[in-house]
Design a protein around this ligand. Sequence first.
Ligand code: NDP
Length: 257
Amino acid sequence: MANKVAMVTGGGRGIGRAIVLRLAGDGFDMVVNSRQEQTVRAVVEEVTKLGRKALGIPADVSKSDLVRMMFDKALKEFGRLDVLVTNAGVTQVNTLDELTEEIWDRTMDVNAKGTFLCILEAAKQMIKQKSGRIIAIGSAFSVEAGIYHACYSASKFAVRGMTQAFAKELGPHGITVNCIAPGIIWTDMWKEADEKLSNIFGMRRGEAFEKFTQENVMLPESGKPEHIAPVVSFLASEGGGYITASTVSVGGGIPIV
Ligand code: NDP
């Protein structure tokens, strides 16, 4: 599979980094995005060591001019785009009394608008190619909202909704659009959430993550980024070519779709 190209937003750490390394291992040349230049550079180096080409583009996906710049650079470098993984995301755990317009705007801007802007740009190129795979990282909270996650849940329902709408429109062009719904995955995002939830529940650090895992996950193992990456790999592969408009649950039993 020579010269196929995949772009992963929020690829600097956590689930995004695991996806980048998995797709590079599958043979894709990679476009790696997140805001911090340093983490992007580190992941680009890891891809290069795997023997694939990698272009790092630090950019905030909630800004349309930066998203356009990112796609222009990527297409100038590689001339094509086969897979887009919209993974960049932010969360905040907030009780009702803490919620503000700013928290709503920021969460929706990155998670919902960022996904939307990237899909619009990718679709232009994929329509020309008459092929492409778009994989949006939603959440278990794209299916059933989580307590203290009002803005995040709204943004992730939006992600799932737009994948279904875009799948209907892009299907005739040979482009698949799917949403992956990770469950409870131990990353920097969960470390922050755990700190806040542990405070709310009067628990020690790490206990909120364990509580949520024990109460929801059916399998014995807790979630890791390496559980998500192979599913992205499958949806990007030949074998995943007849799956579209799906929400794929990857969380040891959460969410039930
Ligand atoms: P992390 O916080 O560990 O990583 C998020 C990545 O996104 C970072 O590389 C961050 O880098 C980047 N990012 C954040 N904002 C932007 C932005 N505006 N533009 C570009 N990049 C951005 O999170 P996870 O790895 O845990 O999460 C990855 C995805 O999976 C998210 O969409 C999340 O909502 C989703 N998810 C995670 C779950 C979990 O349990 N961990 C469960 C369900 C879904 P930088 O700050 O440098 O920009």
